[in-house]
Ligand binder design. Sequence first.
Ligand code: ARG
Length: 567
Amino acid sequence: MNIKEIIKKSIEEIFGPRDFSVEHPGDERMGDYASNVALLMAKQLEKAPRELATDIIAKLEKDERLMEVVEKIEVAGPGFINFWIKDEVLTERLSEMLKNDGHCLDSDFMSGKKVLVEYSSPNIAKRFSVGHLRSTIIGQALFNLYKHSGAEVTNDNHLGDWGTQFGMIIAAAEEKNFDVSKMTVTDFENLYIEFNKRIETTPELKDKARDAFARLESGDENAKKIWRECIEISMKEFAQIYHKLGVSFEHEYGESVYLKTMPGIIEEAMEIDVATEGERGALIIKFEKDGKEYLPPAMLQKSDGTTTYFTRDLATIRKRLDDVELRSDLYVYEVGSEQTLHFRQVFEAVKFLWEDAKTVEFKHVAHGLMTFGGEKMSTRKGTNIKLEDLIFRAGEEAKKVAKEKNIEVISEKIGMGAIKYNELRRSPESNYEFKWEEALSMEGNSGPYLQYVYVRTKGILEKVGVKIGEVKNSRNQKLNDDESRLARWLVLRIGEGEMVENAAKNFAPHLICQTLFELAQKFNGFYDRSRVIGVPEENLRLLLVAVTGLVIKSGLEILGIEVVEKM
Ligand code: ARG
């Protein structure tokens, strides 16, 4: 059981389960944990809070299990109860963390639960955008976070492989008799952009595109062949990006997968009066409560009988509820913030439609905009050119900070780490301007900085010739201030599962970055002021060094960032 739970349980034995809190006080001199239970109960029992706190403490001090971990308990302020944890418990837990290796920071708050994280989801025949990059990096971190929270997790890449844009590509390719198999994604995109431009002056082309899309829908061989080539070529290009990012998917159900099930869903929605016929025969779902509209209506089927992105998302949820491999308690969607309204409509509509959608949770984690050189990147304007720069030149850029200049693999890992960390250290919804200097900074809150601190810990252990995992526990030793601060951060903020739980619960990988950065600062403070090797405290200090290294490595792993052995 973790320490916080021991404290909670012990309090509950006095009052039964209540809504009190056990948290870290803002000021570390006030102890490791503080509870408001006396303040809360004083009202109900009509007692003075400080007095009640003193009574509670007297009872707590008789709890043997609690007193095994607690050094002292005191009343503070208006009636808080503060707890200090024993140094020897901290060092013991540090050794346990070492034994747990890559799981030293795990939580179990999601055990027995299933989670599906949908992320990346690029569009076929269009270039992978910076938005998709953000989704991929953040989504992968969320996926990893739930893995370390005890949940059974799966992922799904919801590829945009259906929609009227294929009508244009097919029409354009047929018109010029292109050998589609020799084209690239950029070619497809240009074809699409050009065709769009020509429609402005030659409106008949619009009908051609519509006709081509209709043929694709009805299974015309040539149309389907072009469509399939688009998918194959795009997926090959995307695979290179995923390889660079170290990302892979257990499921990749594109939007076209849902074509078969959509008619049934539309019919069902009409039958149970969830959908109604709107203007010119389109089918829509309205969102009203007490005669008032709380969300704009969503279109289920256009007036020309074609389905929509919205309907495909309803069908996607139906599959995710029915398929045993996908069925989950929590469904996380990592998609740009411009689709916020769309997901509100989707998540609301499925609750109108299906009972089993009411018992699970849907969450849209929306990312904001990333700009590069002050410019917003957009496919349509053709300014979407920086992604390749960003991930395929990362290694080159990182050579500027890596001393081991000739080692390609290292600078590659530093470069990728820089990009990913630079993304993950902010909350997903934030808008930001990408700057290489910032991402590669060795002083600030950056990937390379944490990789460097890891290398430092490794260097110390190598000097004495011990490997991580071999460092001995040192019991019954009082910790000095630096050791205490570091040990407390490692055990009580990280080793107890708190860091992972907070980040997962709040869909906030940046909380991992914050905690790791703070750890690195505390470690540097400790290392600057304390000799590690050849002093009586050597064992204890090596333990602190080893666990710091392990935590940075495992924490970065959750963020999808690899450590390097030299820098
Ligand atoms: N392909 C879409 C786009 O690039 C994102 C898909 C998001 N996921 C979803 N279930 N609608 O905009």
